[in-house]
Design a protein around this ligand. Structure first.
Ligand SMILES: Nc1nc2c(ncn2[C@@H]2O[C@H](COP(=O)(O)OP(=O)(O)OP(=O)(O)O)[C@@H](O)[C@H]2O)c(=O)[nH]1
Length: 259
């Protein structure tokens, strides 16, 4: 791939890990397919999908031919999606690190959460940044309802805007509601059928990668992590952690310091 092309020629310490979360069916897999189509010719990409009982999202992306099949790895969570993206990220972190090792160096690894409710967001120990996806078909009022993903994800996508006339949603109002809930953080009205919106999404990813490589992007936790226990070195139960400052990972190191 184009190591000499923008956004940077300097070697990153590791890939940019970008999470994509949001309610069931809002278009997370499709958004990842769109990003891959837009950027696969200029960046080295990998994908990890999360499904509860299947590897369906990975199979969808492989069959769409957006990346070579082995660059798309599936995690079966066997539990509510938030469990594997926030409460215990081990299986996802291993999948990401396997990808990064197998295809070293990668520029971006996209991690798709299983569809969950409005409270589910990624731990900053797993991803450097996250996109939260809503769609117009879920109702124009959803953006007003708030929650950590809507309010504080790095980017909020209002997806499937091509469907808005058919479901009676005014996209401009929905975006304005979302911007108010986000206190100025970016909102993108997206449709895979709208090339300009797709290019805006691709440009956002490129810009984030530049910041990641420069070390100027700080991973944020959109919501408090549930209190949890770590096993101590003897295998017993260790100390209760809350990590509610948004700056620390499961191992107590700065969230962006994983190798
Ligand atoms: N009209 C339209 N449909 C879209 C768009 N993006 C996705 N869809 C459709 O929305 C449906 C759900 O898309 P997915 O990408 O599977 O959604 P998801 O969030 O990954 O779904 P889960 O993994 O089940 O939570 C599919 O039928 C897609 O074809 C869009 O921009 N416009």
């Amino acid at each position: 791939m184009l190591e000499t092309s923008s956004p940077s020629t300097s070697a990153p310490a590791r890939s940019l890990r970008l999470g994509v979360a949001g309610p069931v069916g809002t278009g997370k897999s499709s958004l990842i397919a769109t990003v891959c189509r837009a950027l696969a010719s200029e960046l080295r990409l990998g994908v990890v999908t999360n499904d509860i009982y299947t590897d369906e999202d990975a199979r969808f992306l492989r069959s769409a031919g957006v990346l070579e099949p082995d660059r798309i790895r599936a995690v079966e969570t066997g539990a509510c999606p938030h469990t594997a993206i926030r409460d215990d990220i081990t299986v996802n972190l291993l999948a990401v690190e396997d990808l990064e090792r197998d295809f070293s160096p990668l520029d971006v690894v996209l991690i798709e959460s299983g569809g969950d409710n409005l409270t589910a967001t990624f731990s900053p120990a797993l991803v450097d940044a996250q996109i939260f996806v809503l769609d117009v078909a879920g109702g124009g009022d959803v953006a007003r309802k708030g929650g950590p993903g809507i309010a504080r994800a790095d980017l909020l996508v209002v997806n499937k805007t091509d469907l808005a006339p058919y479901v009676g949603v005014d996209v401009a109002t929905m975006v304005a509601d979302a911007e108010a809930a986000r206190e100025g953080r970016q909102v993108l009205a997206l449709s895979r059928a709208d090339a300009a919106s797709v290019e805006t999404l691709a440009a956002w990813v490129r810009g984030l990668l530049v910041e990641h490589r420069a070390g100027t992007h700080t991973p944020q936790d959109p919501g408090p992590m549930a209190p949890h226990f770590h096993a101590d070195e003897e295998g017993g139960v260790g100390t209760l952690h809350t990590h509610d400052d948004g700056q620390h990972s499961h191992d107590g190191q700065p969230a962006h310091s994983h190798p």
